[in-house]
Design a binder for this molecule. Sequence first.
Ligand SMILES: [Zn+2]
Length: 698
Amino acid sequence: MFRILRLHSLACCCAVGIFTLAVAMGRAQDSQTPSTAASAAPKLPELRVFDPSLVDASVDPCDNFYQFSCKRWLQRNPLPADQTSYSRFTELEELNRLHLKHILEEISANSGTRTSNEQKIGDEYASCMDVAAINEKGIAPLQPELDRIASLKNKTELPGLLAHLHSIGVNAFFEMGSSPDFADAASVIASYGAGGLGLPERDYYTRTDAKSVEQRHQYVAHVEKIFELAGEPSAKAAKDAQTVLQIETRLANASLTVTEQRDPQNLNHPSTVAALDKDLTHFNLAAYASADHSPTSGKINDLEPKFFTGFNDVIGDTSLNQVKTYLRWHLLHAFASTSLPEAFDKETWNFYAHILNGAQEEQARWKRCTDRVDGELGEALGQVYVARYFLPAEKQRTLAMTLSIEQAMEKDIDSLDWMSPETKLRAKEKLHGVMNKIGYPDKWRDYSTLVIVRGDALGNRIRADEFDRARDLAKIGKPVDKGEWDMTPPTVNAYYDPQQNNVNFPAGILQPPFFSGKEDDAANYGDMGGTIGHELTHGFDDEGRQFDATGNLKDWWTKDDEMKFNDRADCMVHQYDAIESVPGVHLNGKLTLGENLADLGGLRLAWIAWQEKAQAAHLDMTAKTDGYTPEQRFWIAYAQQWCTQTRPESLRAAALTDPHAPDEYRANAILQDLPEFAKSFSCKQPQKMVSAKPCRIW
Ligand SMILES: [Zn+2]
């Protein structure tokens, strides 16, 4: 369902998308009785943006500001057994989920007149919650798809089968979807990219340390168990699991690393189906495109040419039976969570959430079903959510903050001593081109042709995927619609899209503890202001700066300015490379560079914007509230958004794959680089919170 082409990962966000992650990890279900009875509106705890009760004043703020700001939160919030990490983002996500649960329970219990959208979200939630019905059907609903794979007679038929599997959300061999043209961001073309892995990313297959070797053994055991659950005798299941690992390892070796994928130049290879088809001697790409109902002529982007060479070799020298085994695994894997019987769910949770990320307990089924409806029908659910929980005044206040931060960026660009006037002019052009999207889409998605049947969890999932796929492919050859959103309204996250040059803040994040209409600017600018600045700065980080004001991948920098930018960015690469987040695992300064640049630049912009606003209002900077000056509260509000508990397994996985640094460092490392912070708390070298060589880019 979450068919995200690598290209889309260029659009970057302020936090790991937990909603998406939850579904991708396929967490297992609990044994709760399905409940469709409407409950009372949930009474929720009140969260604050600046919360003095979380501060532990016995910690020296100049020694460890994260501990100073978050220690009491950490004491109060032990990691729940069903979570792999628990943060202020999770806190709000859990509250949002309760809101969504209330909406879904109410609508699914309504037997009266319903709108078309209400029928869909209500019946899909009820179908997902009906574990007894899912268990009773067993694997039967997937049998037609298993038969389809079994009946593959020769490799010539593979393109047609693969196009079908892709249309129902099965991530086998490669990914194909629509995306804006790198050279002309206003038009949409087809993009072909690497895919087909069951482990989180390619290096899980290539690392040779003991832990990684052990995880691969555990992965093979997991695949074997899933085959057994599907009815294979254990000896055959064991052999088949080895086949899956062999094929995936070859695909992984041909794929780019997560760090290499961050450079758009590595992903820009204009081509055509005919040209790529010529290179693929064992796979008829034209037949694939035509079965997929995607264009067979016109420009495409071959995101990773090396991958397709590797894919061609795999198809060439793998037996038909082995190809079928590999496809069968990916089919079962795609539907294991919330569509197949509990045993599939449990096994999938065990490997992805427990073994890889350290979760101790399965997440409640209602949470996973809420996430599922959000993933499949996010704008139908989001429309109700926004009407109930998002006030127009909040949209206005966020917009005003965003505009003030954009003005701060203009002044900041003017004041840079390292950038030439020519590049400054281009940078300001890009800044003026940024589109601000706040809360929810102006035009809601139309789900009228999607059929959702109560009691048919697996069928609904297939139809939702087909609907999504058809919608995606229909965009090819048409102008880009910049009004569309990549995140649903309840999502607790935000993103910048470099090919559309827009910043996007879903309604879900515009609430306490990140933003509050009841709190003052010091708190809101320190927290949400920093996030707004973060997304804006993504347009000017090591990746975003390669795109121009219209979203085209086009160099607008003088060579000299580019060199100076890279020198300054290297300062941050070294700063984060030096951090050992779990014993033996250092952060990857290059992988996290874009996020770190956005954190540092974004917080400075929020500070500048807030200072100007405070000065204009003659705010008394010496007046203390809750024991702290406005400036101190600005920094505490910033640090408190990062209070987080994380399991060591999850920290390890994140250090290897996540472009975001762990939250503790998103607070401390950034603040060490800001002399304005040091001044507010009278910190001085050699105290830890003051860097001897602070990094400064924007
Ligand atoms: Zn980001």
